[in-house]
Write a protein that binds this ligand. Structure first.
Ligand code: HOZ
Length: 423
């Protein structure tokens, strides 16, 4: 059934390390080989073997409208016909920047880059340049791309593949990174008490998505805001996943907490390679060419990517986020009932159009509790779903993504598959 995928993978490992261009995709932690995708539309992806799957990965987040949305495709095709890269400003950069500033409460200015990793690396340099301090606080199981400073206790692929430290990262660089447990203000406060004068920024996923989905407890984000204010550090929300997904105004709009800087990616590029970072004017104007903090990129503000982003946001602006969240809530409740019937413990964390199935009895509120999930059940779920035409992330530490294109029939078929999988 997956012969052509298997053949391509066998050839890929000859030319590409591990056969993949991003480690989690190799599916190693769930004892499987990757699917090679031929095309995708709406809520479905189709493999090179011609098998269609209901897709809950959605390119790890960008495809909130579903794959190949007609408005986005039309905008991309039109942009390509005008040339694919200029290395000089174009009107669409201004339009997308204006829309991002209008949507996100904390963002007065924004700079476009080409990936979420680039956005967080640049935001860190800016935070350090602005404050004149070196250290940062991040959270255990938080993932902010693969920049050196962030690869301490990182989630996503680093956690999936159980990579403890990362060779190639100088100790001096990662030595400036302080790590606290998610949802634990006491440890953050201790870090500030000890190192307050040296801490440039706190980087946080306002709703964690890379240790599986772990929402913030009510006091967590406001508590971070006031600690940062007290010690003169910048609060940076990594909204690469949550931006335009939890709500059009992002997690910052949803939770009503205003960061100093925000990093974005995924949805703002509509499936094209885009990242961005933005925030208060006083901070952003430290960036070259207005200020001394250097940051640059040939493909930054790429015209095709800008067109995809503008078209995506235009459709999302009038999308019914609350209705989608309510449908996802009912879907998660039905999945919980199936686990209950099977006598299997489960916690299904969910928020808006995201969820994670944690096969564990323990309430999941940080990375330590996320790691209590039974990985053998995760593997059985991954394989069982795939055999039944449902594609989920090959990892215990990722969020499942639902799009506006997912239908009630997709949910019903997914539930039927779950009923059928021997857990
Ligand atoms: N780090 C991404 C998920 N949080 C995975 C990227 C990919 O493999 O495409």
């Amino acid at each position: 059934m997956e012969n052509k995928s298997a053949g391509l993978f066998a050839e890929a490992v000859t030319y590409i390390p591990g056969g993949v261009n991003s480690p989690v995709r190799a599916c190693a932690s769930v004892d499987s080989a990757p699917l090679f995708i031929a095309h995708a539309r709406g809520s479905k992806i189709t493999s090179v073997d011609g098998v269609e799957y209901i897709d809950y990965v959605e390119s790890w987040g960008p495809m909130l409208l579903g794959h190949a949305h007609p408005e986005v495709t039309k905008a991309v095709v039109a942009a390509v016909e005008r040339g694919t890269s200029y290395g000089a400003p174009c009107e669409d950069e201004v339009i997308l920047a204006r829309e991002v500033c209008a949507a996100l409460p904390s963002v007065e200015m924004v700079r476009m880059v080409s990936s979420g990793t680039e956005a967080t690396m640049s935001a860190l340099r800016l935070a350090r340049g602005f404050t004149g301090r070196k250290k940062l606080i991040k959270f255990d199981g938080g993932y902010h791309g693969h920049g050196d400073a962030f690869l301490a206790s990182a989630g996503s692929g680093v956690a999936t593949l159980s990579i403890p430290g990362t060779p190639g990262v100088p100790e001096a660089v990662v030595g400036e990174t302080l790590v606290a447990p998610y949802n634990n203000l006491r440890v953050v406060e201790d870090c500030f008490k000890k190192h307050g004068a040296d801490i440039a920024a706190v980087f946080v996923e306002p709703c964690a998505g890379n240790m599986g989905l772990v929402p913030p407890e009510p006091e967590f984000l406001p508590g971070l805001r006031s600690l940062c204010d007290r010690y003169g550090a910048l609060l940076v929300f990594d909204e690469v996943i949550t931006g335009f997904r939890i709500a059009y105004a992002g997690a910052q709009g949803y939770y009503g907490v205003t960061p100093d800087l925000t990093t974005l990616g995924k949805i703002i590029g509509g499936g094209m390679p885009v990242g961005a970072f933005g925030g208060r004017r006083a901070v952003m104007e430290k960036l070259a060419p207005c200020g001394p903090v250097y940051q640059a990129g040939t493909l930054s503000g790429n015209p095709v990517a800008m067109a995809a982003g503008i078209a995506t946001l235009k459709v999302l602006k009038s999308a019914d986020y609350a209705a989608l969240a309510a449908r996802v809530e009912r879907f998660c409740q039905s999945m919980e009932s199936i686990f209950q019937k099977k006598g299997r413990p489960v916690q299904i964390n969910r928020l808006a159009s995201m969820f994670t199935i944690f096969p564990t009895r323990e309430k999941v509120r940080d990375f330590a509790s996320a790691k209590t999930a039974d990985t053998s059940v995760i593997t059985r779920l991954f394989k069982g779903f795939r055999e039944r035409g449902v594609y989920v992330a090959p990892s215990a530490f990722e969020a499942a993504m639902v799009s506006f294109a997912h239908t009630d029939e997709d949910f019903a078929r997914t539930l039927a598959a779950l009923e059928d999988i021997p857990l």
